[in-house]
Design a protein around this ligand. Structure first.
Ligand code: PLP
Length: 383
């Protein structure tokens, strides 16, 4: 069924992008724990994945094929985490190369980039990616090899115009990497807008159940740079285990439903709390008041994602009190799971964090929207 080019993402995902005929009739995916694969009497490999599980586990193949197809890319790679995916790309650069990255983005990637680039002789400039002129201004002609953006980005959910960023990137002769963890391929296909590589923390919505750490890269083209990235997985060794691969495959089968529901819940919640007496602001790209709304409407289909932030009147103390009073929302980090989460990012990121102290990050799950609204109303009533 997956050979039919007209099938829609919901159908591909529900089937896990695979045919049971190709899997000895199994309707559900298999796990392949074997580390090594035998050769036939003519010394030919029997298993199409290769000879050794660090190069590629057979469990990877249908998942990578599915993700490449969903993103409209040539090839996909599964890695041990989102951070391993980011590292595999950056480590394909050479000393002296220069990166332009987004000023406001997932702090783990930003802080790692700052430390890694300084230690390993790579140039790095941070720019406001929502402003294409600022992005272009940060380019070092001849040296800039990578532009790294995240959209919508943590924790303000600003939206970057991927097509405009791609124009700046390609004019500089560089590659555009888009961290699309929050959008998922259900809402945005960055390659269609000009991205060269799409990155996901599959720990989040792609797996969606908070029980596996995983990363994904999808390449628009399988070129020489991509071969270096692929080599970084095999020889750098940040491979995903077969069981995590199986969990990710299992999670992907409900991705479309989960993302649709979580995004619909998020829009309902954002609209309900927009202008609330206890809040300074609700940050959500689905709200017309959000600075990235016009681009989001153009770039995202079927919803605006499950992530939003509240800025609570009364600063850090009030924000922490609201989080503390929640009973349905779980006070925990991460995002994209079935359960709604609430997090005071400034507490988690520490004193160097640029996140305002009154900000609460909400990852909206697939619960009943009314229960979530009632929980937040009750929490806000107490401050
Ligand atoms: C979580 C996250 C990452 C890091 O991924 P891990 O799977 O935790 O290594 C990168 N980017 C974004 C947007 C994330 O949310």
């Amino acid at each position: 069924m997956s050979e039919n080019p007209d099938l829609k993402p919901a159908t591909l995902l529900a089937h896990g992008g695979r045919r049971s005929e190709d899997n000895g009739g199994d309707v559900a995916p298999r796990i392949h724990p074997s580390t090594n694969y035998a050769r036939d009497e003519n010394y030919r490999l029997i298993n199409p994945a290769g000879s050794y599980s660090r190069d590629a586990n057979p469990s990877y193949l249908p998942v990578e094929k599915l993700l490449a197809r969903l993103e409209g890319g040539a090839e996909a790679l599964l890695l041990a985490s989102g951070m391993a995916a980011a590292a595999a790309v950056v480590q394909a650069l050479r000393p002296g190369d220069h990166i332009v990255a987004q000023k406001v983005m997932y702090w783990g990637v930003r802080d790692w980039l700052i430390a890694f680039c300084a230690d390993w002789g790579l140039g790095l400039d941070l720019a406001d990616a929502a402003d294409p002129a600022a992005l272009a201004g940060a380019v070092k002609p001849g040296r800039t090899k990578l532009i790294w953006i995240e959209t919508p980005c943590n924790p303000t959910w600003e939206v970057v115009d991927i097509a405009k960023a791609a124009e700046v990137t390609h004019k500089a002769g560089a590659r555009l990497v888009v961290d699309s963890t929050v959008a998922t391929p259900v809402h945005t296909r960055p390659i269609e807008h000009g991205a060269d590589i799409v990155m996901h923390s599959a720990t989040k919505s792609l797996n969606g159940h908070g029980d596996a750490v995983a990363g994904v890269l999808v390449a628009a083209r399988a070129d020489e740079f991509w071969a270096r990235v692929r080599g970084n997985r095999a020889l750098g060794g940040a491979v995903l285990g077969p069981f995590e691969t199986w969990l990710l495959h299992r999670g992907l089968r409900t991705l479309h439903l989960r993302v649709e529901r979580a995004s619909a819940n998020a829009l309902t919640i954002a609209r309900h709390f927009d202008g609330h007496a206890k809040l300074e602001a609700v940050l959500y790209p689905g709200l017309e008041s959000h600075p990235g709304h016009a681009i989001a409407k153009n770039q995202m289909q079927g919803g605006f994602g499950a992530m939003m932030s509240f800025r609570v009147k009364g600063g850090a103390a009030a924000a922490l009190k609201v989080a503390g009073r929640c009973q349905v929302f779980i006070r925990a980090t991460s995002l994209g799971g079935t359960e709604s989460l609430i997090e005071h990012r400034a507490s988690v990121e520490g004193p160097s964090s640029p996140v305002p102290p009154d900000l609460l990050r909400l990852s909206i799950g697939i619960e009943d929207a009314g229960d979530l609204i009632a929980d937040l109303e009750l929490a806000l009533a107490g401050v």
